[in-house]
Structure formats: C-alpha cells, structure tokens
Design a protein around this ligand. Structure first.
Ligand code: ARG
Length: 461
C-alpha cells in the first residue's frame, strides 16, 4: 500500500519525478490563511449540522489555529510529500489533534476546497489592488492640480499636434485607471461566490449547510451548481484580463514618462531613487523603474493567455490541469501590487520641467489649427482655411520662423482676412484656453474635470 492520504487503492507510490510534478505546495502555500479560514468555517458548519460533535469541532478549530500559528512562526514546515496546502494543513493538524484530524475532510473535497481558497484569496487581493490604484489616482490628481497652467505639446503620431495643459494629459490616465477600478469592482460580483460544499463534483450525502459557510466566510452568494462550482476558473481569467488591461495602462504611462525624461524631450526628470546608472557610461541616468513596469506587462499578458489556453479543452469538472491556475495568478497579483506601489511615489517625486515644455510649444507649429480656425471665424470655409494655413506653415518652416514670427504683411499676402489680432490668437496660452468645450484642455475645463475626478476618489468605497 502507498503511504499517501489517497493511498488505499494503490500498491505502489509514485516515483520521485511524479511526486515533484504533482506537488503544488511550493507555490500554493500562499493560500495558507484562506485554507485555514475555509476549514474553520467548514468545521463550524459540520457541528451546526450535527455531522461532528461540538467538542470535536472545538478541538479541530483550536488545532487549525495552532497549525496556522506554527507555520507562520516557522515552527512547522511543509513537505512536498503531502502535495499541496490542503493536505499539508491536514497532516499538521494530525500532529495537533491526532486521529480526529481525519474528520475535517467530511463532506468536502479538495476540489471545492481549493476553489474556495482561491475565491477568498482573490477577493482580498482585488480589494488591495483597488486601494493601491486609488493611491496612484490621488497622486495623478495632485500633480495635475499643480500643472493646470503648464503648457506642453500634445501629440498624435508622436508628432506635435496641439498645445495642451499638462494636467489634461495626466488626467487622461486618471480616467483610464478609473475604468480599471470599475472593472475590478465589477469582477468582485463573480469572485464573491462560495463553491464550498460542492464536494468533488456532485454535492455530498451529508446534510450540510452551504449558505451558513458562505455567510461565515463573508461570501455574497453560493454557486447554484456543484459542477460549475468546482470547475469554474472564469473569475481568475477575468482577474488576469483586468490585470492585463491595468498593466497596459501602466505601461503606456511608463512609456510616455521614459520619452519625456529623454534628453530630446527634457519634460520631466525622475528622482534619483527611481533610476540607476550605467556600469560603463558615467553620465547615464536610466529610467529603470518605468522600463520595468513596461516590461512586466508582458508577463501578465502571458498569464492571461496561459490560463485561457489551459482551460480551453477541459471537460467538466476538476482536472489536474487546473493546478496550473495558481502561479500565474500569484505572479500577476504580486506584479500589480509592486508596480502600483512604485508608480505612485515615482510620479509624485518626478520633477516637471515646465520651462522646457513651454520652449517646445513655442518652437512648434501646433497652433496651426488655430490659424485655420481664425480664418474660419473671419468667414473662410474650413477646407480653404486649412489649405491657406498649410501654405503659410510651409513658408514659415522654410524661413525658419514660427507662426508668431511671421509678419502681418506676409500674413495678409495669403489672406486679407488676417489682422493684427492674429498674434494674440496664436499665443500658446490662448490656444489652450480657447479649447473650452466639454472635456477640452482649457484650464477652465481642466479644473472642472479635476473636481469631478477628486469627487470620485472621495465617493468610491
Ligand atoms: N492542488 C490541487 C490544485 O491546486 C488541489 C485539488 C486537487 N484535487 C484533486 N482531485 N486531485 O488543483
């Protein structure tokens, strides 16, 4: 007979390699808290439903708490021989309460147990990630507030397009993160469901009370179908998808900050504590942190594709393939927690070089749309105004002048509509202030936007 918990029907034990492949304790030990919490609730339910004696339940509960204490203080250790967190806890419980430990698994399977652990884990982690995301949003609002009147070129195709308020640019990321918050919050509806009591696949012959354990564990609902309960990993796929989208936003922001910090742009400077030097080139200050955030996005996408692929061919219900759901999830959680934790202080401590931003705006032709709009307000059709402006810009480029340096005589040679007030019209401050449409970049609108953003930060959970 095999020495395994499930060894009864076996005549031989698995070989070393099989045992290694099979074991998940090296990573699923991260579920210790949830596993113990789930077991304590399960025991309470067994007693309430008369499946174990009250006194037995008390002993089991005390034993479980002891196991938790011993593991967290390093007195007890796990062994790969017992495969996973569930069986390791049971083995350690045996050391505490003897044969009684064998009653813990009454009316339960590792299939509903592991699913319960992961629901509990992800519920806790998603809430934590939402809190960290909120910190980033706060920092974005604070930076934006300080830079409502800071003018910077806005880009399309990475070519200067129209001048904008730097606050407007930062707040664009606030709204991306706000959608991420919404998605994470919504996903909690699907995470907050209890699979406990589904058994291995079909429920159990014991008179259990699933609603009671769900309540004890703080779940909102129970899965109505035991087969779905043990085979559902949608909530993890959904988390990885939300994590991917959030990382994509972090990555886009990182990419922009890397560009802005380059010598060519000189729009921002990172605090030394977020950069490293080069081992060969003494002058270098490399933006490693945003580069790593951009780089780590790839691994989170990878976890999403990995799990989708793992699940796509699985028949109901539990298959061992599903043990592969954990490492990617743990890694995505850790990546997000670290990324968000570094992003907030990195933005906060970043120096915004407003004067360089303004210099760039002054040198460019990003007020050309305003010249065309000016002609339109004077009665010219937009298409015509576009063409005339294009010609003026072409000559100005050839003569190495910006639009404020073109003389009135020259302007009038292109169109008699142009008068002396054109210079005021084309000043960067006025170009920005003129975009006073809802959601536009005029300081007036940006202030309203910022108030809206701040009120959301106050109101949501
Ligand atoms: N370690 C397993 C996992 O993570 C627990 C469930 C095992 N269930 C089973 N029927 N072998 O998936």
């Amino acid at each position: 007979m095999s020495s395994k918990v499930w060894g009864g029907r076996f005549t031989a034990s698995p070989n070393q390699l099989v045992e290694e492949m099979n074991a998940s304790i090296s990573f699923d030990q991260a579920l210790l808290d949830e596993d113990i919490e789930g077991s304590i609730a399960h025991v309470a339910m067994l007693a309430r439903c008369g499946i174990v004696e009250e006194a037995e339940a008390e002993k089991l509960t005390e034993g479980l708490k002891k196991v938790h204490e011993k593991v967290t203080s390093g007195v007890a250790t796990f062994s790969a021989q017992y495969e996973d967190i569930h069986m390791n806890v049971e083995m350690l419980l045996h050391e505490e309460v003897g044969e009684l430990a064998g009653k813990l698994h009454t009316a339960r399977s590792r299939n509903d147990q592991v699913a319960t652990d992961m629901h509990l884990y992800l519920k806790k982690k998603v809430k934590n990630i939402m809190g960290l995301l909120k910190d980033v949003q706060h920092v974005l609002c604070d930076k934006a507030e300080a830079h409502i009147d800071t003018i910077v070129p806005g880009y399309t195709h990475l070519q200067r397009a129209q001048p904008i308020s730097f606050a407007h640019h930062l707040l664009a990321y606030f709204w991306m993160f706000q959608r991420d918050t919404g998605r994470l919050e919504d996903s909690l509806k699907r995470i907050d469901v209890s699979p406990l009591g589904a058994g291995a696949i079909a429920g159990t012959t014991f008179p259990i009370d699933r609603t009671f354990t769900a309540e004890l564990l703080g779940f909102d609902e129970v899965y109505p179908n035991s087969m779905d309960a043990v085979s559902d990993r949608d909530f993890i796929v959904e988390f990885l998808s939300n994590a991917s989208m959030l990382m994509m936003h972090i990555s886009r922001l990182s990419e922009e900050m890397i560009i802005w910090s380059s010598e060519e742009f000189k729009f921002v400077e990172f605090d030394d504590t977020f950069c490293t030097g080069s081992s060969m080139m003494p002058q270098k200050k490399n933006p490693d942190m945003p580069e790593l955030l951009r780089g780590k996005t790839g691994r989170v996408y990878g976890h999403l594709m990995g799990l989708l692929t793992t699940l796509k061919g699985l028949p109901l219900t539990y298959n061992k393939d599903m043990q592969e759901d954990k490492e990617g999830m743990f890694d995505a959680v850790e990546t997000l927690e670290k990324s968000l934790s570094v992003l907030a202080p990195m933005i906060e401590s970043m120096t915004v070089r407003s004067e360089h931003m303004y210099e760039s705006v002054k040198q460019d032709y990003s007020n050309a749309t305003d010249l065309a709009d000016y002609l339109v307000t004077k009665g010219m059709a937009f298409r015509k105004a576009h063409e005339v402006t294009g010609k003026i810009v072409l000559t100005a480029i050839q003569e190495k002048k910006n639009l404020l340096e073109v003389s009135l005589e020259e302007y009038q040679s292109y169109s008699p509509y142009i008068e002396a007030d054109i210079y005021d019209f084309l000043r960067p401050e006025n170009v920005v202030a003129a975009r006073d449409s809802l959601g536009g970049t005029a300081p007036n609108q940006v202030k309203k936007q910022l108030n809206h953003a701040k009120s959301l930060l106050k109101s949501n959970y």
